[in-house]
Design a protein around this ligand. Structure first.
Ligand code: IPE
Ligand code: IPE
Ligand code: MG
Length: 254
């Protein structure tokens, strides 16, 4: 098939319920054009709008985007400032559109390091869209997978100290209740753009059985057709969850 033909849409029953994306490559996109890295972040924000709309229209239930990692604070001060401003301006300009599109917006990560204005906007945006029933859009901001597991362990320890739980009761199922996203379907498909094949401290606990998909496309260039290609790859895979292919084939014919 010639490379420029659009990918046919994946049938709705084969689509992932929950897609997570590490939006990488903004800096390289800008550098290739001799622009400052921050120009890449601005262009990347436009991709977010396109992909959110596509997921919403395709009936995907949850889209989780890695916007800022707990390690990204270590970037040059000016770049961090631009990113913080971009979060605020994007949130301001998009919230009405998201709300109208019935999108429920959620944030995961530790918000306490953000400016009071940004924290306030985050809280208001979540409240405003809390009852929406369309796409759940989760933005991971100041998020780290190790932080997530540690905060779950801390909350569990508090319950143990309060005598509400015994140490022997701590199982994976119990810990699962305390990690972020525990009330949502587990991630089915993980997409990372820009050629890097690593998790970079994203959803370490939640990705246990997620299908991984890597593309060289830089995030600002990632389009709806690239999303289709990722969904098609997902639909072609057999998820076994530790079972054999024969067991899976038997249960799908049952
Ligand atoms: C991802 O793009 C955006 C954030 C991490 C905030 P990068 O800024 O990491 O882009 P590259 O990896 O330098 O190209
Ligand atoms: C991961 O990308 C974080 C986000 C996309 C927000 P990075 O660009 O920070 O990851 P590394 O440093 O290349 O692993
Ligand atoms: Mg990067």
């Amino acid at each position: 098939m010639p490379a420029d033909l659009p990918n046919p849409p994946t049938p709705p029953d084969r689509l992932p319920h929950h897609v997570v994306i590490v939006m990488d490559g903004n800096g390289r996109w800008a550098q290739q054009r001799s622009l400052p890295r921050t120009a890449g972040h601005r262009e990347g924000a436009k991709t977010v709008r396109r992909i959110v709309q596509a997921c919403s229209e395709r009936g995907i239930e949850v889209l989780t985007l890695f916007a800022f990692s707990s390690e990204n604070w270590r970037r040059p001060r000016r770049e961090v400032e631009v990113l913080m401003n971009l979060f605020l301006t994007t949130l301001r300009s998009e919230i009405r559109r998201l709300d109208t599109a019935n999108v429920r917006l959620r944030f995961i990560g530790n918000p306490s390091a953000f400016s009071p204005t940004l924290q306030d906007y985050i809280a208001k945006a979540q409240q405003r869209t809390a009852k929406n029933t369309g796409l759940t859009l989760v933005v991971a901001a100041n998020y780290g997978g190790r932080w997530d597991i540690a905060q779950a362990a801390r909350r569990l320890s508090e319950e143990i100290m309060a005598g509400q739980l015994q140490p022997r009761d701590v199982t994976p199922d119990i810990l699962q209740r305390y990690v972020c996203l525990s009330d949502l379907p587990e991630p089915d498909l993980f997409i990372r753009t820009a050629g890097e094949q690593r998790i970079s401290n994203f959803l370490l606990w939640q990705l246990a059985y997620t299908e991984l998909y890597f593309t060289d496309r830089l995030w600002p260039d990632f389009d709806v057709d690239d999303l289709e290609a990722a969904c098609a790859a997902f639909a072609s895979r057999q998820r076994r969850f530790g079972l054999t292919s024969e067991q899976i084939a038997r249960s799908s014919h049952a």
